[in-house]
Each structure stands twice: as structure tokens, then as C-alpha cells.
Design a protein around this ligand. Structure first.
Ligand code: TRH
Length: 398
């Protein structure tokens, strides 16, 4: 963390991260990565308050769903059951983060207001490439009645935002894994892939149920190259069951024409990263897998989380405009995949164009990844901001 001559405040040592699982796995997925990074790379004592331990367990099998408090990988995990509870100043962390504007318990806020110095309170927002974020990033929001100020913190794609979540060792680990063919093969073998599947073009498929999966499977099936589509259990189950001719269950695979579809178990988060590194193309969704696909340094297609009034189309286009890796063919496939372009669509042509551009898309993906690294990583950027708030509040107090 940064220190300045005027800062006699000791650096923040503890952090409470409040996570409400709205749905699926992205909320806890992001919070879990960030909590570990804060502890491992910055030595911060982290308490992760999470309301849904079952979802957490899906991405992190060490989680005990009945435990009120548990320690996992150095992070204190507390089951956030309700808004009740009384807290003293001793319970309050130096930094308090509410993820996606979740309301933290009123008793906790009351105790925050009594702390001296006050904790730095942040609302960590969702990722979007829209320009308005730059104007809102780090904006203060004073509490209406208590002597507390909350700041908005936005991840993003340039240095006017908080940047993207990325562990310090990620690039090195990813590159070492991808360069080690036997390790990649052993990893895929463990997931049940046959040698032929390992040697084929591998596509990971993680999307929401409304994705036009059937159309794409049809094109892949009649392609001239053998392809293996790896889909987690529970994802786009109907379309996968229709292809397999039986219910989609982990371990089951089916072949039609050039295409093998294999259903994978839902794997721990660290393994999911490796899956993205091991595949040739990744279909990802939401926020966390979308960011990890960028760090995987492989071509990817994003299925964006749907929002009312097609707001997600605006967000998708903002990203496609920002990224340097969007060829016309990638934009066409992204639009078709996300329902921006309307049927009837020539899926064979859309896929062929994308496939023909893959070498160029791969080259641009690497460039994009390097550019994103220049923004620093979100956790370190956030701690630097915390320090500036602490220094400023110290000056105000003098
Ligand atoms: O699961 P998502 O759709 O999550 C979210 C939530 O819906 C959230 O409410 C919304 O705000 C956000 O999307 C935009 O997609 P995401 O963000 O990619 O999160 C998936 C997490 O699950 C990610 O951390 C990777 C992890 N994962 C595994 O650990 N193992 C697996 O096998 C798979 C497929 C994913």
C-alpha cells in the first residue's frame, strides 16, 4: 500500500466485505477472489460476510454450509443471516465494502459512525465499459444523518476507473500452464476428456438459458473440423439434453458429426480458470468469467447478464467499442449470441467468418490483455484509493 509523508495513520489492516448473492455465482465469485487477494498479496485481515453459503460452496468446495464462522484460505467467512445484530467499534474493520450496493446491517453502520478514525466505506459496483462510469468512480456520498461518507468504486477498462481484478501471479501462472502441453492434457483428462477430444478444437460454453445454443451446435456439428464443446452441468441444460438425447449430467458426452459435447461437473473456481486457459475459444457470461476470459488470452464470446429494456445491449456495445479485439466478425457473433441482431440469421456464415478471423482475434486479445494490465489491478488500486481517503480524513480532523 501507498504511504505518504503526511500520513501518520497506520495503513488499513482489516477489511469487511459484504456480499449478497443476487443470483448465480458471479457475486460470490468476485468477492471470493478479491478477499483472497487482499489477504495473500496485501496482508489484510479480511472478513467476508456472505448470505448464501450454498452458492459459495459450488465454486469453493471447502465451504461448510452450516458454519456461522469459518476460515478458508486465510479469509474469515461469516454467514450473513440477516440485518439484525448489535456491533461495537471493536467489531468494525478499517475498510468496509458493500458489494453491488447491498445494504449492510444498520447496527454495523451505527458502530462505524462511532469509530475513530472512521472506516473507509466503499460501494463496489458492477463492471461496465460505459463512459458515465468515469464520472462516478470514487464519488462521495455522505450519509444523510451519520458522520459517515461512502464512496462509489467502479471496476473498469481504463485508468479513470478501478481497473479489473487480477492477481499478481495470474499472468505468469497462466503462461506457464499454457506452455506445458502434458499438464494441460492431464488437466483435461482429469475432467474426463478422451485423447481425441483433447486434440480437437475445444470450446468452453458458459451462458444463460436464453442463449441460442441449438443454432450454434448445429453449425459445429456440420463443420469440417472436429470440435469438443465443454459445458458445465446445469448450464443450458435443455439444448444440451436435446443434442445428447438424454438429460444433461456431468460425465455424459455425445457425438454428432464433427461435434462432441461433454458435460463437466461444476468445478472449483481455480480449475475453471484453467479450463479457460486450456480451451481454444471460451463462451463466458456475467462478470467474473468474462474478466477471467480476458486474462486467459484466448478468443472469447460474452453472454451478458440480461437487464430490463435491453440495457445490456448498450453495455455489450460499449464493451465491443472499447475493446481492441473486436473484429467485425466477433461483433456479428456477439450480437447474434446476445439477441442484438434479429432472426433469421445465417449462423453458418456468422461462425465461418468468426472462425476465419480467429488468428487475428487471438492477436488482438493479447494486445487487449496487455493494455488492461497497464491499468493496474483493481484490488491494489482500491487500496491506494482507501489510503488517499484516510489521509484526507486525517487532514480534515487536524
Ligand atoms: O454466474 P454468473 O451469471 O454471475 C453473475 C450473477 O448472476 C450476478 O448476479 C450478476 O450481477 C453478474 O453475473 C453479472 O456469471 P459470472 O459472473 O461469470 O460468475 C460465475 C462464477 O462461477 C465465476 O466466479 C466462475 C465460477 N465458476 C466456477 O467456479 N466453476 C465452474 O464450473 C463455472 C462454470 C464457473
Amino acid at each position: 500500500m501507498q504511504s505518504t509523508e503526511t500520513n501518520t495513520n497506520p495503513a488499513a489492516k482489516s477489511l469487511a466485505l459484504f456480499c449478497k448473492v443476487v443470483d448465480n455465482f458471479g457475486d460470490i465469485g468476485i468477492c471470493w477472489r478479491m478477499a483472497r487477494q487482499l489477504y495473500v498479496e496485501h496482508g489484510i485481515t479480511v472478513t467476508l460476510w456472505v448470505d448464501d453459503l450454498l452458492s459459495f460452496q459450488r465454486i469453493c468446495p471447502q465451504v461448510h454450509i452450516d458454519a456461522e464462522v469459518q476460515e478458508i484460505a486465510g479469509v474469515i467467512v461469516r454467514h450473513w443471516r440477516d440485518q439484525q445484530g448489535t456491533f461495537t467499534t471493536a467489531d468494525i474493520a478499517d475498510i468496509v465494502i458493500e458489494f453491488f450496493a447491498c445494504d449492510i446491517p444498520p447496527g454495523y453502520i451505527q458502530a462505524m459512525a462511532k469509530c475513530e478514525p472512521r472506516p473507509v466505506w466503499l460501494n463496489l459496483e458492477g463492471l461496465t465499459a460505459e463512459e458515465w462510469v468515469e464520472g462516478c468512480h470514487t464519488l462521495p456520498s455522505p450519509h444523510p444523518s451519520l458522520p459517515l461518507t461512502k464512496h462509489f468504486y467502479f471496476p473498469g477498462f481504463n485508468n479513470k476507473t478501478g481497473g479489473l481484478l487480477r492477481e499478481a501471479s495470474l499472468g505468469h501462472e497462466r503462461a506457464a500452464f499454457q506452455a506445458d502441453t502434458p499438464t494441460v492434457a492431464a488437466f483435461l483428462q482429469q475432467l474426463g476428456l478422451t485423447e481425441a477430444e483433447i486434440n480437437s478444437t475445444k470450446v468452453s460454453l458458459f451462458c444463460y438459458p436464453h442463449a441460442p445454443v441449438t443454432e450454434l451446435l448445429k453449425v459445429w456439428k456440420s463443420g469440417d473440423k472436429s470440435m469438443t464443446c465443454l459445458v458445465p452441468e446445469g448450464v443450458t441444460s435443455e439444448a444440451i439434453a436435446a443434442f445428447l438425447g438424454q438429460p444433461s449430467k456431468a460425465g455424459i458426452s455425445g457425438v454428432h458429426g464433427a461435434l462432441t459435447v461433454r458435460v463437466l461437473p461444476f468445478i472449483p473456481q481455480a480449475d475453471y480458470d484453467k479450463l479457460l486457459w486450456a480451451c481454444n475459444i471460451n463462451f463466458v457470461r456475467g462478470e467474473d468469467s468474462f474478466v477471467r476470459a480476458q486474462w486467459a488470452n484466448k478468443p472469447f464470446i460474452w453472454h451478458i447478464y440480461p437487464q430490463d429494456k435491453n440495457l445490456h445491449h448498450v453495455k455489450l456495445n460499449a464493451f465491443l467499442k472499447t475493446t481492441a479485439s473486436a473484429t467485425a466478425s466477433l461483433i456479428a457473433l456477439s450480437h447474434a449470441w446476445n439477441g442484438v441482431s434479429h432472426p433469421p440469421l445465417d449462423w453458418a456464415e456468422i461462425w465461418q467468418d468468426f472462425q476465419a478471423d480467429l488468428p487475428e482475434i487471438a492477436r488482438l486479445s493479447t494486445q487487449w490483455q496487455e493494455k488492461m494490465q497497464e491499468n493496474g489491478d483493481m484490488t491494489s488500486n482500491l487500496l491506494k484509493f482507501v489510503n488517499t481517503v484516510r489521509v484526507a480524513s486525517q487532514k480534515d480532523a487536524v
